[in-house]
Design a protein around this ligand. Structure first.
Ligand code: F3S
Length: 294
């Protein structure tokens, strides 16, 4: 019998839940509402809100005066909010408090004259926002290897994009510690991300197939996928249930399922249902049913 395990921490984190709720509320208000870039890195969620009249634009100039703008959980650079306010745009700020903390940390490092290093992806919107809080005066690195190229400096300050891999962050820190007389580290990796990663790792060790659900553009989904794959277990990243191929299940006795922070429960449920369909006696972790209740 195929055993199906769903990670309890799969799917929306507190920050995304908050953004989702805020967008629902905004959609019910009069007036036009926009997000700058997709509300979360998930196509289905974006479509869901598009149907409710929330449009996604890439630039603030595409928003008319007096319309509303929802700032997504990734946050934005401070000048974006200033420009929007200057144009009479109403702001609903869903920046995750944990991302706001990174903003404060880099602003502090900047004020105190540290060479700032951000462990993250240069093109990720969260990192673009963080850069705005230190006047774009920071070096963004994606790996410990890249940390090797940072110049020696008396004082270096290190923060992380919230959804990066924690072990990698420690590796970056151990490279930088040799490059400065003083290295000030703020571990800004979000606990939800860390817990999700830890749970996915322990699940990977007890199954023979891992399915990681999330969009290509979701940084934390990609991290989860890499981590599960690195345990040596057969791992597939999927965006929805239709992508599952039956032949993946050949010789498989136990399947683990996890999902990134931007993956809604309705997609997770479809995947679990599909796996259950292959099975005559499925077994879920305790608490799974409740996790589908929004
Ligand atoms: Fe916030 Fe962590 Fe989610 S930083 S948006 S709670 S992944």
């Amino acid at each position: 019998r195929l055993q199906v395990y769903l990670a309890e921490k799969a799917g929306f984190c507190a920050g995304v839940k908050r953004a989702f709720a805020l967008a629902e509320k905004a959609a019910s208000k009069p007036g036009k509402w926009y997000t700058l870039g997709s509300l979360v890195h998930n196509k289905e969620v974006v479509e869901y809100f598009a149907q409710k009249g929330i449009k996604t634009v890439e630039n603030i100039d595409q928003i008319e005066e007096n319309a509303g703008l929802i700032i997504r959980s990734h946050g934005v650079a401070p000048e974006v909010i200033e420009q929007a306010r200057a144009r009479g745009i109403i702001i609903e700020d869903a920046t995750c408090p944990l991302v706001k903390r990174v903003h404060e940390m880099v602003a502090l490092l900047k004020r105190e004259g540290y060479v700032i290093v951000i462990f993250g992806d240069r093109n990720h919107p969260e990192v673009e926002g963080i850069l705005g809080y230190c006047g774009y005066d920071a070096q963004v690195i994606r790996s410990a290897e890249e940390a090797l190229s940072i110049d020696n400096a008396p004082r270096i300050g290190l923060v992380s994009q919230t959804t990066k891999d924690e072990e990698d962050f420690y590796r970056v820190a151990s490279v930088l510690v040799k490059k400065a007389q003083e290295l000030r580290i703020f571990n800004t990796i979000c606990p939800a991300t860390r817990e999700r990663q830890e749970e996915a790792l322990s699940l990977s060790r007890k199954v023979d197939l891992m399915l990681v659900i999330g969009d290509e553009t979701s940084s934390n989904t990609n991290t989860l996928y890499e981590e599960c794959k690195n345990t040596g277990v057969k791992t597939y990243k999927i965006q929805k249930a239709e992508q599952i191929e039956e032949e993946w299940l050949k010789g498989v006795n136990a399947v683990g399922i996890t999902a990134g922070a931007s993956t809604p429960d309705w997609i997770i449920k479809e995947v679990v249902d599909k796996m259950a369909g292959y099975n005559s006696g499925e077994k879920y972790n305790e608490g799974v049913e409740e996790s589908f209740v929004r």
